[in-house]
Design a binder for this molecule. Structure first.
Ligand SMILES: Nc1ncnc2c1ncn2[C@@H]1O[C@H](COP(=O)(O)OP(=O)(O)OP(=O)(O)O)[C@@H](O)[C@H]1O
Length: 261
């Protein structure tokens, strides 16, 4: 299998703060990873590095075969699909939903003077359909509910047919029905062999889609454990990650966790 992402000895510092320390991590093309860890563990920072939007202070990050610092990251960023709150903040509020998706073809977040072709319109339409958002295509992005926005953001992340798909808390803020619908769509995506490698950050093991294959647990910027999902999501590893005794259960590919009494 071909690695789409390789991190070796990655440390990231900002001012006096060491956000990531000595991270080693490899994502292969067929992998579907979940990243878990407490608030401030460094999950979003790890995703930001993986999307070529930041450079490590020490160590190497290789995205789709190109080592950061040695390549034009603008080209690389288009090949990596990213859905994150930070990116959504850059979407002009009045942007049409279909344009929110389509503009990803040029790696921009607001329609300006770029040239789009019929094939771009068609792809954006198909992606909106796949996420049940066809009826919303002409709405302004800001008028959507949180759950609707999340679906549009994932459709957007897939627009440029990425080789690596990064989803930062895609189910945050969704109600039970919205979460389950989104997980259904992500499960379908994860189970499709044509889909890109996937990495999803979440706070809750309940949000891990069926068919995800690997997990990376982060605490204070350091990897507590990483590897195949079943081997990694153990009570010992989760207890160490969250600093409290955790009871975890798996049933038919879905996970639940709570504090052990
Ligand atoms: N530019 C920065 N300068 C200084 N510290 C930063 C910077 N960006 C992030 N941090 C700090 O790095 C740590 C990790 O942040 P990050 O957003 O990666 O964590 P996270 O695991 O995604 O957290 P959460 O679950 O709360 O979203 C936090 O303590 C944060 O305050």
């Amino acid at each position: 299998m071909t690695p789409v992402l390789e991190m070796s000895g990655v440390t990231l510092r900002r001012d006096d703060n060491t956000i990531l320390r000595g991270v080693d991590w490899t994502v292969d093309s067929a992998d579907r990873w979940v990243i878990l860890g407490p608030n401030g563990a460094g999950k979003t920072t790890l995703i930001t590095l993986a999307s070529a939007r930041m450079h490590p202070t020490e160590g190497t990050v290789t995205v789709l075969g190109s080592r950061l610092g040695e390549v034009d990251v603008a080209d690389l960023r288009i090949r990596v699909g990213l859905s994150s709150a930070a990116l959504a903040d850059h979407i002009p509020p009045g942007e049409r939903v279909s344009d929110v998706v389509m503009t990803a073809a040029h790696g921009v977040t607001g329609r300006w003077h770029e040239e789009y072709e019929g094939v771009d319109e068609d792809r954006a339409g198909l992606l909106l359909e796949a996420f049940g958002m066809t009826a919303y295509r002409d709405r302004q992005f800001w008028t959507l509910s949180e759950g609707e926005r999340k679906r549009v953001q994932i459709a957007r992340a897939l627009m440029a047919d990425p080789e690596l798909l990064l989803l930062d808390e895609p189910a945050a803020g969704l109600d039970l029905g919205g979460r389950e619908e989104l997980l259904g769509a992500l499960t379908e995506l994860a189970g499709d062999r044509r889909s890109p490698a996937m990495v999803m950050v979440t706070h809750h093991v309940e949000e891990i889609p069926v068919d995800f294959t690997h997990a990376l647990l982060l605490r204070d910027g350091q990897v507590v454990a990483s590897g195949p999902l079943g081997d990694t999501l153990t009570e010992d590893n989760l207890s160490q990650t969250y600093g409290m005794p955790v009871r975890v259960q798996e049933s038919a590919g879905r996970w639940t966790a709570r504090r052990a009494s």
